[in-house]
Ligand binder design. Structure first.
Ligand SMILES: *Cc1c(COP(=O)(O)O)cnc(C)c1O
Length: 420
């Protein structure tokens, strides 16, 4: 069994808390950047390889800047995400815009920034042309349907709302070619939180196969194949991280056979991974407020679903460490809860942990992706600060905690109090 490690010990954490009250998410810069380097190195055989960080995982400008220095682009799927990319100075083909059910103003913004536009639906060729014009480079999102079995979070491809059918790809690229578009890419994403390396190799095979057929039939050249995101992370201590070298080697073999073998090289390999980039390097730090014993035993924290929704939303497992009690016997069964008036506001159900007392520090692991960013303000709970633990041990607040003024900023109390 692999141990779930922390980048700080109890004493360091107590020092951080002197300046930064709980709850907060803290990100380990070194862990994140080491992984980013490993990702790039694994695919260094492919000229032009690029990972577009799927910014919904942790949309913070500090993290974006650190990752950009590693050569990463940004994968956006909404107006706010495009605006964030713009605000950190990103432009052009460092931005991938992979959206669905897209409003015209988002296409206009993506065009203004020169982003690579990745269409989700064949009808959006006309919609894009009408509202924003056609760019010189376009990509389509392919939904391979029954060609590929799905996984739990994303479901079966044929049931998923995303992408073009195979027939629509042929029709769509032909239409673009006839309209004078010259540069093409293709995208697919059929996994979410997938730990099996072979899954990504199979995905590459599906996309390379369709590139071969499209290139032959339509006489067009593809510049890139974007294999999407979905690389899983070891939330549980018995999980193993995806072996990127194995993914890369499998893809390289297929590249030689299908892409080079058919004279279709060079083809740039892109990913738009989010969870794997920041997920394991974020930690939600809370203090225990109360221990309650009724029919079960509850450890109530000073954080709640507003800070981390995944357990309540889809029963996701997040490892929990009670600081200073790492080696104590895990013999006590707890539900670890937040304070929302929602019975599913729980970080863990029936979890064996050391005996917990009020004031104990509890760290929830792997909150660096879809953690803070997924939070909401139900019950008027405020979202926490985000901190960055730098390689030299320094801690930088990279987002302050929300205040009640933030929460009420959209209300006009004067008008409401005069309202009859
Ligand atoms: C969410 C998403 C990603 C990233 O997925 P991860 O599971 O975080 O790697 C990439 N592309 C698109 C279009 C997405 O919606």
């Amino acid at each position: 069994m692999l141990e779930k490690k922390l980048p700080f010990d109890k004493e360091q954490l107590e020092q951080i808390i002197e300046k930064h009250p709980t709850p907060f998410h803290i990100y380990d810069e070194k862990g994140m950047l080491d992984y980013a380097q490993k990702f790039n190195e694994a695919f260094s055989w492919n000229e032009g390889f690029k990972e577009y960080y799927a910014i919904k995982a942790a949309p913070n400008p500090y993290l974006m800047r650190l990752l950009r220095k590693q050569g990463f682009g940004i994968d956006c799927s909404s107006m706010a995400e495009l605006l964030l990319a713009e605000k950190v100075g990103m432009r052009g083909e460092e931005i991938m815009f992979t959206s669905n059910d897209t409003p015209a103003y988002e296409y206009q913004k993506a065009m203004e920034l020169g982003a690579i536009i990745n269409l989700d639906d064949i009808k959006h060729i006309d919609y894009l042309e009408e509202h924003a014009g056609l760019p010189e480079l376009i990509s389509f999102r392919y939904n391979p349907g029954t060609l590929k079995g799905g996984n739990i979070i994303i479901g079966k491809p044929e049931d998923s709302k995303y992408g073009f059918t195979r027939e629509q790809l042929f029709e769509g690229y032909k239409k673009l070619k006839d309209k004078g578009v010259k540069r093409f890419g293709i995208h697919t994403m059929v996994a979410s939180n997938e730990l099996d390396a072979d899954y990504f190799v199979e995905t590459a095979e599906i996309i390379f196969d369709v590139i071969v057929d499209l290139a032959k039939e339509l006489d067009i050249r593809f510049e890139f194949a974007n294999l999407g995101g979905g690389i899983g992370i070891p939330y549980k201590s018995e999980h193993k991280p995806v072996n990127l070298n194995r993914v890369s080697e499998g893809i390289k073999e297929l590249y030689e056979k299908l892409i080079v073998g058919n004279g279709l090289d060079p083809l740039k390999i892109y990913f738009e991974s989010g969870r794997a980039i920041t997920g394991p390097y974020g930690f939600l730090v809370s203090r225990v407020l109360h221990i309650k014993e009724t029919y079960k035993k509850y450890a109530g924290l000073d954080s709640c679903m507003a800070n981390l929704m995944r357990p309540a939303l889809y029963g996701a497992y997040h490892h929990i460490t009670v600081m200073g009690k790492e080696t104590a016997p895990h013999r006590h069964l707890y539900d670890v809860t937040g304070s929302l008036c929602e019975n599913n506001d729980k970080f863990a159900i029936n979890r064996l942990l050391p005996e917990i007392n009020p004031e104990d520090l509890v760290v929830i692991h792997d909150t660096g992706a879809h953690g803070h960013s997924m939070g909401f303000n139900y019950n008027g709970k405020l979202r926490s600060a985000e901190l960055l633990l730098r390689p030299n041990g320094e801690v930088v607040e990279i987002r302050r905690a929300e205040t009640f003024d933030d929460l009420f900023a959209t209300l006009d109390f004067d008008a409401a109090n005069e309202f009859e």
